[in-house]
Write a protein of this length. Structure first.
Lengths: 368, 296, 269
């Protein structure tokens, strides 16, 4: 849990920690979720990240109470939730297509959970007003849902999910229907709103950049299992396995050979900054971690050299493809600063590269 | 992490699964009142009649079915099939062009014209049958026009016979043909026609090689639906046939209500039901039954 | 300025003239009865011909003066109203339950419930007649209402199911996540969204009962003779011109109901 989340816990009493214990969901022979266990801190922003069909949405539906797990249980603030129906859980939820009620106005949509909880009229008015203020849409209270833009709908859905001060906020790919600019803006807004309210938030997405931008911690899910749980930075810099390395960020995977006491790539011993898992067999190279070789790097860098095959100029950055022998290629990403361009030869020229030992990641699999 | 031992976890599993099952059954329970009424008023008596069709003089017997092979009955079957076939063919020939046009023009205009198709659908079959009696009678306007145009010298007998029955049934059946056709035709991607045209097909050829084959599910569904509805038709032939046309359903009515010959009525009913069920089974291979009646 | 071509294959409108003409003829064929019956009902002559030589309200007066006709009309309205009130809730509940249920046989049950649309009415009619004869329900209002209900149910189910197919299931979940129980969610979110489908199902139910002939021929006689039953006998025996007046009024009713269905169909979008 991050320090940030701890301070939120002090600020709002309602934020609740969640324990997910050995949740398994099987459909006939198919394991949608396979023995998933997680601890989520009070006030934490946790993202479930995975490709489609990985089980992240199923896990969210189990949390919301719409899907009953085959095995395992859910605890919220120490209280068993597994068999509790959705409407008694007090979890706010933002759905993928917003799920705003088209036959009600914006006001009535947001007032809906409050009416169900029999809040007095005046109070409802006040609370809806406050929720609308939080999402900066106070002027839209009497609008019809069909008259809203996608971004507005998104915010109203958010307002409706938080207006009754739920203990937990669940979000199921809430930004997937928005265009890129709006999505990035909403990512920052949602995170800011979370920081204001300090509500325990579980966010489902398949967009790695979104996950990296918003989360305290990210849970990478693959094939119904938890692949890795870590902070965005740790997840990117120290992927635990080939799946995470491949799913998050760009990477080149190269087979390594095991020698007594270490690993070699193309005959050269590999320097690694950290303990290496025993079944390691592949080297993960992040394109932007490669540098042009400078003198004196032999100590703490792994060295590569090869022939520049091509350069793809992408505006802010460029992607260079470098052939390093035995049919292997490395990708290198650099900014398009003139100093960088000055050091790049024409395609066909020779390049010498280095990768810091701390950026040298070994994952399982693929022994060469 | 709290360790959970196996037993309570299994107990919980049983509890949650049964909750799921209970929910399923309570959903299903919503259909029970309707099912009860339909079961009591349709399946119970139909089953009963099926039993009656197999009994004669208190003994199990196939005599009622054997009687259906007599010439009098065979001619009723032939006539029923012939009328059904003719009406279906005409409905397809007249319905397809209209459905095609409706599928190609702007939706708003099509919606307005569709009201013309729906209006007879919503109008009492008796009203429509009555109108055809008036239109087709000896001194009616159809005969009047034909004489004025010099096409005929003496009025034709268009009603109280086979012709009248076919015209009246065609009018009742056309909407049943047009609706499934239309819903199939609007789904055909018209950019395919552009593609065919771009590849060198003449408009006629594009239609016959691309559009028509893609519209076949609608054609089959509409055709079978109309045919099967024709087989069981009662009101129109009873009123426009003038006693000269006897279809299966009319014979069933006679046997049951006039002669109280339940065995014969039932056997005939069973044959009609079997033919209907068979055709609907074929339809269900092509499309969803609900869709035929305006479901989407 | 030239008209845009009529089709994707660039046929001109002139090249399609035959199609327009044919379609127009079919449409005229479809609506012809309406255009014949209405003017004729205002005829003032003893024998009907078209077009009438003089106009008047003779046959309308005849209708309202006849106890037989008005009583049958009242019976039909009463029956149709009861059928609507019975078939609509039953059909909506069944459609919703079967739509949500994932039990293996729920599809079969759904097919059984709409089977009265498929089974030739004459078979249902003799079955019901046979049953009612034993239960002394022939020619009684409850008997007629029940029998018409089985014909009306499928229409309610089909329209409701088609509404449900367009309904976003997430909305019900959203309501539950906001604190509504299952039934509360159905009541406050699902049903209001299905309003258009339910209303058109109810209108279908009404008109199905109001116009029903075949079953009525068997079980709706005597004191509780329905309007279609009386019209059927009237048409079969000797054509009474009063039927023209009644037909015109029935066409008016159809247009009214169709208009309502269209209006509610629009609203529900």
């Amino acid at each position: 849990m991050t320090r940030d989340a701890e301070t939120h816990t002090e600020r709002t009493a309602q934020a609740a920690p969640i324990a997910i214990e050995n949740i398994t969901k099987t459909y006939d022979d198919f394991h949608a979720l396979d023995d998933v266990s997680l601890e989520i801190g009070a006030g934490e922003f946790l993202t479930l990240l995975g490709p489609s069909g990985s089980g992240k949405t199923t896990l969210l539906m189990v949390l919301a109470g719409f899907t009953r797990p085959t095995r395992g249980r859910i605890l919220v603030a120490g209280e068993e939730m597994t068999g509790v129906p959705p409407h008694k859980r007090d979890f706010g939820m933002v759905f993928q297509n917003y799920a705003l009620f088209p036959h009600m106005s914006v006001f009535d949509n947001i007032a809906y959970p409050l009416k169900l909880r029999r809040h007095p009229k005046a109070e409802i008015k006040r609370e809806v007003g406050r929720a609308l203020e939080l999402v900066h849409l106070s002027h839209l209270a009497s609008r019809r849902i069909s008259a809203l833009s996608g971004g507005q709908k998104q915010r109203i859905a958010l307002a409706r999910a938080i207006v009754f001060e739920p203990r937990v906020l669940l979000m199921d790919e809430p930004l997937s229907a928005l265009d890129k600019n709006l999505r990035e803006q909403m990512q920052i807004e949602i995170r800011a709103l979370h920081d204001t309210l300090g509500i325990t938030t579980i966010y489902v997405t398949h967009d790695q950049r979104e996950a990296l931008t918003m989360s305290d911690r990210i849970v990478v899910i693959d094939g119904g299992r938890v692949s890795q749980v870590d902070t965005p930075r740790a997840l990117y810099d120290r992927p635990a396995n080939a799946f995470v390395a491949g799913f998050i960020g760009e990477s080149t995977l190269l087979p390594v050979a095991r020698t007594n006491g270490g690993y070699t790539f193309q005959g050269r011993p590999l320097k690694t900054g950290r303990a290496v898992r025993p079944d390691a067999g592949q080297l993960v190279v992040r394109p932007e971690k490669l540098v042009f070789r400078d003198p004196g790097q032999e100590e703490d860098h792994n060295l590569f050299e090869g022939t520049l095959q091509s350069i793809v100029y992408q505006g802010d950055t460029l992607l260079a493809r470098i052939e390093i022998g035995q049919g292997r290629t490395l990708l290198m990403r650099k900014t398009t600063h003139r100093d960088v361009l000055a050091r790049l030869p024409e395609p066909g020229g020779e390049v010498a590269l280095a990768l810091h030992a701390d950026d040298t990641i070994l994952v399982e699999g693929g022994t060469a | 992490m709290i360790a959970i031992d196996e037993a309570p976890s299994d107990g919980r599993r049983a509890a949650t699964l049964s909750a799921e099952t209970r929910e399923q059954w309570s959903m299903f329970g919503l259909a029970l009142p309707a099912l009860l009424i339909v079961g009591f008023l349709v399946f119970l008596p139909v089953g009963w009649l099926f039993g009656l069709s197999l009994v004669a003089d208190g003994q199990p017997s196939l005599v009622h079915y054997r009687r259906l092979l007599e010439p009098a009955y065979l001619s009723i079957f032939t006539q029923t099939f012939q009328i059904s076939f003719q009406v279906t063919a005409m409905a397809l020939l007249l319905g397809y062009p209209l459905a095609y046009l409706l599928s190609q023009i702007p939706r708003k205009v099509a919606g307005l014209l569709m009201i013309c198709v729906m209006l007879p659908f919503w109008t009492s079959i008796l009203v429509r049958t009555y109108a055809w009696m008036v239109l087709l009678q000896r001194r009616g306007i159809i005969n009047g026009w034909l004489i004025d145009l010099g096409l005929i010298d003496r009025p034709l007998s268009l009603v109280n016979n086979y012709t009248g029955t076919v015209i009246g049934m065609l009018h009742v059946m056309l909407p049943f043909m047009i609706l499934p056709l239309y819903s199939a035709l609007v789904k055909v991607d018209t950019s395919l026609m552009r593609a065919a045209s771009n590849l060198g097909a003449t408009p006629m050829r594009a239609f016959f090689t691309v559009f028509l084959p893609l519209s076949m599910p609608g054609v089959i569904a509409g055709t079978l639906l109309v045919f099967v509805l024709c087989l069981g038709f009662y009101v129109t032939p009873a009123l426009l046939g003038g006693g000269r046309v006897i279809m299966v359903s009319m014979k069933i009515q006679q046997n049951a209500a006039m002669y109280f010959d339940w065995g014969a009525a039932s056997a005939l009913g069973v044959v009609l039901l079997a033919a209907t069920a068979l055709l609907f089974w074929v339809i269900s291979r092509v499309t969803r039954i609900e869709r035929l009646f305006g479901g989407s | 300025m030239a008209l845009p071509p009529a089709s994707e294959t660039q046929i001109s409108h002139l090249g399609r003239l035959w199609l327009y003409l044919l379609a127009a003829l079919v449409l005229i064929f479809l609506v012809a009865p309406v255009f014949v019956v209405v003017p004729m009902s205002f005829s003032d002559e003893r024998y009907l011909s078209f077009p009438p030589e003089s106009y008047g309200l003779r046959w309308y007066r005849n209708y309202f003066a006849s106890l037989e006709w008005t009583q049958a009309t009242v019976t039909s309205f009463k029956v149709a109203l009861l059928v609507t009130l019975l078939a609509t809730p039953l059909g909506v509940a069944a459609a919703y339950g079967l739509y949500r249920s994932t039990l293996k046989f729920s599809n079969t049950v759904s097919l059984l419930l709409i089977s009265p649309l498929i089974v030739p009415v004459i078979i249902i009619a003799i079955g019901v007649f046979y049953l009612y004869a034993r239960l002394n329900l022939v020619n009684t209002v409850p008997g007629i209402v029940l029998a018409h209900t089985i014909l009306a149910l499928p229409f309610v189910m089909v329209t409701t199911t088609s509404g449900l197919q367009q309904f976003d299931d997430q909305l019900e979940r959203a309501a539950q996540s906001l604190g509504a129980s299952r039934w509360m969610a159905v009541l406050t979110v699902t049903l209001p969204q299905l309003r258009g489908s339910i209303v058109s199902g109810a209108l279908f139910a009404f008109i199905t009962s109001f116009d029903e002939v075949v079953i009525s021929v068997f079980i709706a006689g005597g004191e509780n003779m329905t309007l279609p039953r009386r019209m059927f006998s009237g048409l079969r025996d000797q054509v009474d011109p009063t039927i023209a007046a009644i037909s015109s009024m029935l066409i008016g009713l159809s247009i009214l109901l169709l208009g309502l269905a269209v209006a509610f169909g629009r609203n529900s979008d």
